[in-house]
Design a protein around this ligand. Sequence first.
Ligand code: HEC
Length: 113
Amino acid sequence: MKARAVIAGLFLLAPPLALGATPQDIAAGKKIAETTALGNCDACHVFRGAVQAGNVGPELKNMKVLMPSRKQFFAIVYDEEARNPSTLMPPFGKNRILTPKQINEVIDFLYTK
Ligand code: HEC
């Protein structure tokens, strides 16, 4: 039982094969990043194109250089509390604010920044 839960958890965390994001993925990610009830990333992060973004967190730019590992990027958005228990960033995946698919769309969008 326990091992099965662990395996299910790993499956959930594994980003799907990213063989290039489609324009639809990127558009969906933009909406998630800029919508308060979804990712709300712009409340805390400046990124190119964001309107009246907050600066609680670091600016998200040159993401392919800053965060070359998609796995690491996913893990941060899924649950930054795992890396920093006192972070202000909500654990979007762990708390089911965003689905793994939505997290991947946000990543596709931010990789254009
Ligand atoms: C309530 C504020 C808040 C929101 C909303 C938020 N973040 Fe963050 N984020 C932070 C803070 C603060 C940090 C700095 C690291 C820490 O606190 O552990 C951070 C760190 C990060 C990092 C790591 C950057 C680096 O240079 O290490 C990434 C990537 C990131 N956030 C992406 C996102 C994405 C994508 C969203 C939207 C889905 C988002 N954040 C929403 C506050 C926020």
